[in-house]
Design a protein around this ligand. Structure first.
Ligand code: PHE
Length: 342
């Protein structure tokens, strides 16, 4: 081999070797590259050393010098790359791979939504479908058709936000009773979840916008027995085997009317903070649909009878999960929501 060819070959070995070492992604790859370049048996540096023998005597010093440079540069870069890879492997090991993975918060259903869905599920099994109606209502649907006499004190509890023109924000889901009765012929069994609005202060137990779930059952021959047995069945399913009681009440659109309480599941009826010492938790208002509501919806109030109820799922969520303040349900604080989320 003449000197020029040898020098060219040395330059090529050096260039390719340096590239192989620099490009090795890990220690294993670096070792493979080392064997190919610096290996004692088949390495390219070894071949370069062997080739020295074929160089003419007068050219040997120059060729030998180039060979030594090549080998030492390659050895230097190899050991530099090796320690860099070892350092990064060591720092990777600082991470404890046995630690549980950090769970990503992917979002979940709100506690009130969970309660509504569970209520829907129980009533679905009892033959109820789900209906919905508008949140911006007319006064007729919200009050008139529901037998609220004008200026009656019952209106006070339903003080609401009046919209421009003749609309109101509905104060309860009961107007959807009328809308359903106008749309579908009996037999009717519907559950009506939705948001309602009242001119209430935002405090520990009130909010100006909140969810309600209404139920309505209308057919021929429906009696108060159907109301009690269906609602008792619901309470049994939702709260577990727990006692209920019906207290006489008043709503313009039901007659007779009753509030239903369930025995407090936290103290078992002896009285605690959750039930304010009474042993009972009020969960809904109910009653037999007033004939004038059926008539307002265009039905024969002599032929058909029915019952209805309305409950507040936020109140139910509060007693079920032991939430001290209703406002927490509106805060969107993930630290709280996460504890109940499913
Ligand atoms: N709409 C009533 C309220 O919001 C609740 C209710 C519904 C009562 C159906 C009886 C029957 O207070």
């Amino acid at each position: 081999m003449n000197l020029q060819d040898y020098l060219d070959e040395a330059a090529a070995v050096e260039r390719e070797g340096l590239a192989a070492f620099a490009g090795a992604p890990d220690l294993e790859a670096l070792e493979t590259a080392r064997i190919a370049v610096l290996g004692d048996r088949q390495g390219r540096v070894k071949a370069l050393q062997e080739a020295l023998r074929t160089i003419a005597k007068e050219d040997k010093p120059a060729a030998g010098k180039r060979f030594n440079e090549t080998r030492s540069r390659l050895e230097a870069l190899h050991s530099e790359r090796k320690s860099a890879l070892e350092r990064s492997r060591a720092s990777a090991r600082v991470e404890d791979l046995t630690l549980p993975a950090r769970r990503a918060w992917r979002g979940a259903k709100h506690p009130v939504t969970l309660v509504i869905e569970e209520i829907e599920e129980i009533f679905r099994e009892l033959g109820f479908t789900v209906a919905q109606g508008p949140e911006a209502e007319t006064e007729w649907y919200n009050f008139g058709a529901l037998n609220f006499p004008p200026n009656h004190p019952a209106l006070d509890a339903h003080d609401t936000l009046y919209l421009e023109g003749e609309g109101v924000l509905r104060t309860h889901t009961s107007p959807v009773q009328v809308r359903t009765l106008q749309t579908y012929p009996p037999p009717i069994r519907v559950l009506i979840p939705g948001t309602v609005y009242r001119r209430d202060f935002f405090d520990a137990s009130h909010a100006p916008a909140f969810a309600q779930v209404e139920g309505l059952c209308v057919d021929e021959g429906i009696s108060f027995v159907d109301l009690k047995s269906t609602l008792n069945r619901f309470a049994e399913r939702f709260f577990g085997a727990s006692r209920t009681r019906f207290r006489p009440s008043y709503f313009p659109f039901t007659e007779p009317s009753a509030e239903m309480d369930v025995q407090c599941g936290i103290c078992g009826g002896t009285g605690c903070a959750a039930c304010k010492g009474t042993g009972w938790i009020e969960i809904l208002g109910s009653g037999m649909v007033h004939p004038s509501v059926l008539e307002a919806a265009g039905l024969d109030g002599e032929r058909y009878t029915g019952w209805a109820f309305g409950m507040g799922p936020a109140r139910i969520a509060i007693s079920r999960y032991g939430i001290p303040d209703i406002r927490i349900l509106y805060d969107s604080d993930v630290r709280f929501l996460e504890q109940i989320a499913q």
